[in-house]
Ligand binder design. Structure first.
Ligand SMILES: NC(=O)c1ccc[n+]([C@@H]2O[C@H](COP(=O)([O-])OP(=O)(O)OC[C@H]3O[C@@H](n4cnc5c(N)ncnc54)[C@H](OP(=O)(O)O)[C@@H]3O)[C@@H](O)[C@H]2O)c1
Length: 341
């Protein structure tokens, strides 16, 4: 077979503040690949099927010398992130043509050669879910909510659980886990549409953090026994001020500070004063213990209609820059995914 196009999205400029969709990344169709003859060197050739767009990708758009948990994107090279791929050719005994898999650092290009099975999970998909869901409710975002909740929440019926970024894939799943555990759920988000979805997921009290004071709402509805923190900043500060004794603070994300804003947290003394249990976590740390249980349970519950979710799917790599921008600014209406099929 002649060589075919291998379109990709490369990191093109380190952003100051919110990434510019036109400047920070570039869609490029100049590369070709010979699918029959590209050397595999013991690995396998895969076609990207769905690529996840996540808030933390902003952290990877940084100067290469700055050391953080996740490696930086390299200027001129394709982005990488969680995604689903389909195997085309394989020299690896653990995976065969036709298999679908989930991988942590899947390259943002149509085809790539993957050297081995590290960070690869072969998906059986007995429920025949759309593959994009393995980037969302049945993928890393769902894993974050499900694993973080099981590990840290220790819920009791009647506990007040406050969830931020409640209209997104992590927050909306947490709402459902908290309701199933008998909690009263207070949820905040930045649009009427997301608040409506938070309600559909079971939240008892919803409010727009842009137009209502989080501190006033928590004063009325708290004190907070479980705070699922997706945003940091003033929401975290208000939750600290209105925390119950021995409350669990699950520090999942700090998107309000990810683009360089100052956190403005003044009530850290409550961690001591209220005997708070503060759990920062990265889902990858919990993965080895929970991964098989997650895939055994969550896709089935999704197929049975027992977990609500929303997806914001864009078809084509050319929309990656726009999707990254929307996730940073609240424009996404559900789990942001790029579909390539
Ligand atoms: N610890 C981990 O391993 C892990 C794994 C996955 C995700 N996370 C974190 O979990 C959080 C939610 O992730 P997700 O995938 O569910 O994201 P998401 O909801 O799809 O997107 C992020 C949302 O954050 C909200 N936001 C943006 N700027 C904000 C601000 N200044 N203040 C308050 N909210 C703001 C926006 O919604 P609004 O319209 O509501 O403002 C935006 O849609 C993120 O912080 C992410 O980094 C952590």
């Amino acid at each position: 077979m002649a060589s075919v196009r291998n379109a990709r999205v490369v990191f093109s400029e380190i952003p100051q503040g919110v990434p510019d969709p036109q400047r920070s990344v570039k869609y490029d169709e100049s590369e070709l690949i010979d699918l029959d003859n590209v050397p595999l060197n013991g690995g396998f050739l895969a076609k990207a099927v769905a690529l996840s767009i996540d808030p933390y990708m902003r952290n990877r758009m940084r100067e290469a010398h700055i050391v953080q948990r996740f490696s930086p994107f390299l200027l001129g090279k394709p982005l990488v992130n969680y995604g689903v791929g389909r195997v085309i050719r394989s020299e690896h005994p653990g995976i065969k043509p036709g298999d679908y898999f989930h991988r942590k650092d899947l390259s943002f290009q149509e085809y790539s050669v993957i050297p081995d099975l590290s960070d690869v999970y072969v998906l059986t998909n007995e429920q025949k879910l759309p593959w994009t869901l393995y980037c969302g409710v049945a993928g890393m975002a769902g894993q974050t909510a499900w694993m973080g909740w099981h590990e840290y929440a220790a819920p009791k019926p009647g506990d007040v659980c406050f969830v931020t970024a409640a209209g997104g894939p992590v927050g909306s799943f947490v709402i459902q886990l908290a309701k199933a555990a008998g909690c009263k759920v207070v949820a905040s988000a930045g649009s009427a549409d997301k608040l409506q979805f938070a309600r559909e997921c079971g939240a008892d009290v919803v409010f727009n953090y842009k137009t209502a004071s989080t501190a006033d709402v928590l004063q009325q509805e708290g004190p907070v026994n479980i705070y699922w923190d997706n945003v940091g900043g003033t929401s975290l500060d208000a939750a600290l001020a209105h925390s119950a004794n021995s409350a669990r603070f699950i520090e999942c994300g700090m998107i309000s500070t990810i683009n360089g804003e100052s956190p403005h947290v003044k009530n850290l003394g409550m961690i001591v004063g209220n005997d708070l249990k503060v759990f920062g976590f990265i889902v990858g740390t919990l993965l080895p213990r929970y991964e098989d249980a997650f895939y055994g349970e969550v896709p089935r519950l999704v197929a049975e209609g027992k977990i609500r979710y929303r997806e914001d799917v864009k078809k084509g790599l050319q929309y990656v820059g726009q999707a990254i921008y929307e996730v940073q600014t609240g424009g996404n209406k559900g789990k942001s995914v790029i579909s390539l099929e």
